[in-house]
Ligand binder design. Structure first.
Ligand code: TXA
Ligand code: MG
Length: 365
């Protein structure tokens, strides 16, 4: 879909309805569900990030998502269900392993890639033979999908390639005037997107790390691989959301990896140098790291305690947006390791860094 499909002539009036995140008001849900049934676009909170939903069974409704986001047609969408009993409506054959995973992790931030049912229009799957599905663990999302009575295709509710929205205000930043309605259910509790898992290979493979950790999947499945590169040389794009330069702030982001002491020193030195060069430097900083940047004339943005990765994940995208809004030109951030939610956080930061990842040697004692 091209950008000029949304021009001055088809600007929409985007309605915002506040809803209780635990017990969403029936009237708001009914109104949003009617928009979906009529082929419109509704942004809604899930436990991970806000999604931009359309009726997954109606091709032109789904095309509206691609137009609103400026999303390339090669990037397939996740289909959201109100319960796992809907699975056989969207997937052609559900392997026993998928049933076990659904029982264990749904509702929740796990997306399963399964054979596509013929009634799912190919625009949803970017022409591919598989469909990605999940049941979100958020009362507003579940109420909306159930009231609409149809599976809901929903990517994150941001412009393509940009930071995912964890608050309704973020959705409006990117999509105001391009979509019909936003259900504002407050900040989303997980903060990073779902884990996308393929069961096609002999070893289940994480295509995108997310809210369900590799360790949790391994406890259920045994060995689980993580796809290191999205773009396999001979096979084309296997999960385009794993392309680099994604989840990106406007400022250029530099990610520092290595032992904590060495990394903090390297970041502090780089910050001073960048300031001297006239850059406006922002740092995304864990609470326990603030002291390391005492004298630095940079903007420090807290991302929570590094020992509580759930907190870092929850605050990650909003913190990056805050630095963008403050007008910094460079963002420095450290890696938070690969265990638990660390893997998803690392994945998003590596994509945002678009190749600017610095490995830091340990300082000499
Ligand atoms: O948490 C989430 O997953 C959020 C909320 C709204 O549910 N949704 C989300 O959607 O992050 P999106 O479109 O931003 O990312 C979907 C990811 C992309 O990386 C896409 O390439 C991948 O899932 N994907 C979708 N269908 C696929 C398929 N059939 N095979 C492989 N990857 C697929
Ligand atoms: Mg996205």
């Amino acid at each position: 879909m091209s950008q000029d499909e949304i021009g001055p002539d088809n600007v929409k009036q985007t309605v915002v309805l506040a809803v209780d995140p635990v017990c969403p008001e029936a009237a708001a849900i009914r109104r949003a569900a009617a928009v979906l049934r009529n082929g419109g676009l509704v942004a809604f909170p899930t436990e991970t990030v806000y999604g931009l939903g359309a009726n997954a069974l109606v091709e032109c409704a789904v095309q509206g998502i691609f137009a609103a986001k400026d999303r390339p047609a090669y990037d397939p969408l996740i289909v959201h269900l109100a319960g796992r009993e809907w699975l056989s409506d969207v997937a052609a054959g559900v392997p026993p392993l998928a049933c076990e995973l659904a029982d264990r992790f749904w509702p929740g931030p796990l997306t399963l890639v399964l054979p596509r049912h013929a009634r799912i229009p190919s625009v949803v799957t970017a022409g591919g033979p598989t469909v990605a599905v999940r049941v979100p663990a958020h009362p507003v999302a579940l109420a909306l999908i159930r009231a609409a009575g149809v599976p809901v295709a929903a990517p994150s509710a941001n412009r393509f390639g940009r930071l995912s929205p964890t608050q309704a205000a973020h959705v409006l930043d990117d999509l105001d005037g391009r979509i019909d309605l936003v259900l504002d259910g407050g900040p989303t509790p997980v903060g990073v997107e779902s884990t996308v898992l393929s069961l096609a290979a002999p070893v289940p493979t994480i295509l995108r790390p997310g809210g369900i950790s590799r360790e949790a999947l391994e406890a259920a499945l045994g060995q689980v691989d993580v796809l290191e590169r999205a773009l396999l040389p001979d096979e084309g794009v296997s999960s385009p959301g794993t392309l680099t330069k994604h989840y990106a702030p406007r400022a250029r982001l530099v990610l520092y990896r290595g032992g904590r002491e060495g990394v903090l020193q390297a970041m502090d030195r780089a910050a001073s140098q960048l300031v001297d060069e006239g850059e406006r430097v922002g740092m995304l900083v864990a609470d326990e790291d603030f002291a390391a940047f005492d004298g630095a004339t940079v903007l420090l943005q807290s991302v929570g305690a590094a020992e509580d990765l759930a907190d870092v994940a929850r605050r990650l995208f909003a913190s990056l947006r805050a630095l963008d809004q403050a007008g910094v030109s460079v963002i420095l951030v450290r890696d938070f390791g690969a265990s638990g939610l660390g893997l998803a956080i690392r994945d998003r930061l590596v994509r945002a860094a678009d190749g600017r990842v610095l490995e830091v040697e340990e300082p000499q004692a």
